[in-house]
Design a protein around this ligand. Structure first.
Ligand code: NAP
Length: 475
């Protein structure tokens, strides 16, 4: 059943005045999930005005913690509906979609707590008559530009800290996830958030561009591709507006000869192929010691065959479709002259598969680390397998990328593990774990081309969403 996905401005739904859009289920495109109209430039301006008008009442509102708790409750009350929408709208298998809703609730509750923590510190002053302290103040209205792959969790891991620290929000969700954003707006009303504190403008890239260029926006938090992130950062720099960008990854596992190969294979298959590899932290490279290459690949192929393709609302599904026909075309183009295949897990033929954007999980043996399959973020169930003879060589190959988001080393050797922790160039460093997944109360972000600006999530988020003033009182 299709729903209307309106804008949300000043506490109420509103039809957009821009172009019409329609969103279909990527697992079965006969299913129309949502339709609506994008925000026009005037709609964007109205949303920024609403957010600006709400700042004075919100920046020091004592009830922010209770309202964030209530928001978590309102989301929890609609959890199954939201999970089904996430599955149908972006093609995330329902089990993971339910997990995302649970995480969204935890994020609200965590930041409800952050909303009542200290907002400054007392610092010794140069003279005994002076008391010196800092105060953290909100930035004002902030623009949140989000991707489609975590359509509930990412808007919330930006909006919840923004609101907790006294900012107001204008969210521009992905054009591929309008329905989830519309329901999120409804839950903000159910929770009792004051009008104008949380606004949503639907639309594609041009809506986002109009939003980040608006003079009333005082902070920009972006998650998405490196190419769009670069453009948004340039716009932030032009207007001297604080900007953070969380971008892509070419995440890697390293498998040493002493590794638990069953564990390494299971977690590599999950990291590379669940949700069709469409997570920023998905495993897209495996650097394997030559002594264990053959047994590791055998186990990896078996673990991959254990991950069912599935229409996304099927509880057994592990590997969904790609998000769009354009994404499938892009990936097919990138694999037009493929390297040797290590193994493949074909998509079943016929109904209902012929109606979705399905892409078979595949692992390639790569000799040349400069091969595009080993270099570019494909955002698909594609794994590049490279061989190394030593730990140094493995770490060198792992670091040979412009990205630096997530990595995992499989070993039982403590010395090797500590060497890797020191030398690996990523923000999320794992040993004997999956490259994906993160606790919402821990800082999240990458190095090199993966991130720019301060970290998201956990306490780290307040660095982005607050300004510090230093106060001296001579008395
Ligand atoms: P994307 O194409 O870069 O889009 C991200 C958001 O930016 C969307 O809302 C998009 O709108 C908007 N946008 C596009 N052009 C814009 C412009 N000129 N000005 C302002 N906004 C603009 O990324 P995506 O395909 O949605 O998501 C996949 C990417 O996100 C991957 O690279 C993945 O690694 C990355 N990602 C990173 C993280 C992380 O935390 N590091 C987490 C998840 C995903 P429309 O899409 O509606 O056009």
């Amino acid at each position: 059943m299709s729903m209307t996905a309106p804008l949300h401005i000043a506490g109420a739904p509103r039809a957009g005045h821009g172009s019409a859009f329609e969103r279909r289920n990527p697992s079965d495109v006969r299913d129309v999930v949502a339709a609506g109209h994008a925000a026009s430039a005037d709609d964007v301006a109205a949303a920024v005005d609403a957010a600006a008008s709400a700042v004075p009442g919100w920046r020091r509102a004592p009830g922010r913690a209770a309202l964030l708790h209530a928001w978590g409750d309102a989301i929890a009350a609609r959890s199954e509906e939201l999970a089904q929408l996430i599955a149908r709208e972006v093609g995330k298998p329902i089990g993971e979609a339910r997990g995302e809703v649970g995480r969204a609730v935890v994020i609200c509750r965590y930041y409800a707590g952050e909303a009542v923590r200290e907002i400054g510190e007392v610092i010794p002053a140069g003279s005994p008559e002076t008391t010196q302290f800092t105060l953290r103040d909100p930035l004002g209205p902030v623009a949140l530009i989000t991707p489609w792959n975590f359509p509930l969790a990412i808007p919330l891991w930006k909006a919840a800290p923004a609101l907790a620290f006294g900012n107001t929000v204008i969210l521009k969700p992905s054009e591929m996830a309008p329905a989830v954003a519309a329901v999120l707006a409804e839950t903000s009303v159910a929770a009792g958030l004051p009008a104008g504190v949380f606004n949503v403008v639907q639309g594609a890239g041009e809506t986002g561009a109009a939003l980040v260029a608006h003079d009333g926006v005082r902070g920009i938090s972006f998650t998405g591709s490196a190419a769009v992130g670069a453009r948004i950062q340039a716009e932030g720099a032009r207007r001297n507006v604080r900007t953070q960008a969380e971008m892509g990854g070419k995440n890697v596992v390293i498998v040493l000869p002493d590794a638990d190969l069953d564990l390494a294979a299971r977690l590599t298959a999950a990291g590379a192929f669940r949700f069709a590899g469409q997570k920023c932290t998905a495993t897209s490279r495996a650097v394997v010691h030559h002594e264990v290459m053959a047994p590791f690949l055998e186990r990896l192929a078996e673990a991959t065959r254990g991950l069912p393709h599935g229409p996304v609302t099927d509880p057994g599904a592990a590997i969904g479709p790609l998000v769009s026909a354009a994404a499938l075309e892009r990936v097919q183009g990138a694999l037009a002259s493929p390297p040797p295949v290590a193994f493949e897990h074909p998509v079943p033929a016929g109904e209902p598969w012929s109606h979705g954007h399905w892409c078979a999980p595949v692992a390639y043996r790569i000799e040349d680390p400069a091969h595009p399959v080993a270099r570019d973020e494909l955002f698909a169930p594609v794994l590049a397998v490279l061989e190394a003879g030593t730990l140094d060589e493995a770490i060198g190959l792992a670091n040979d990328t412009r990205y630096g988001l997530s990595a995992s080393l499989f070993t039982r050797d403590l010395v090797a593990a500590f060497r890797y922790v020191r030398e690996i160039e990523v923000g999320l460093v794992r040993v004997n774990g999956d490259t994906t997944g993160v606790d919402p109360h821990a800082p999240f972000g990458g190095l090199k081309g993966s991130s720019s600006g301060s970290r998201e999530q956990g306490r780290a988020a307040r660095e982005f969403y607050t300004d510090i003033r230093t106060i001296q009182i001579h008395a």
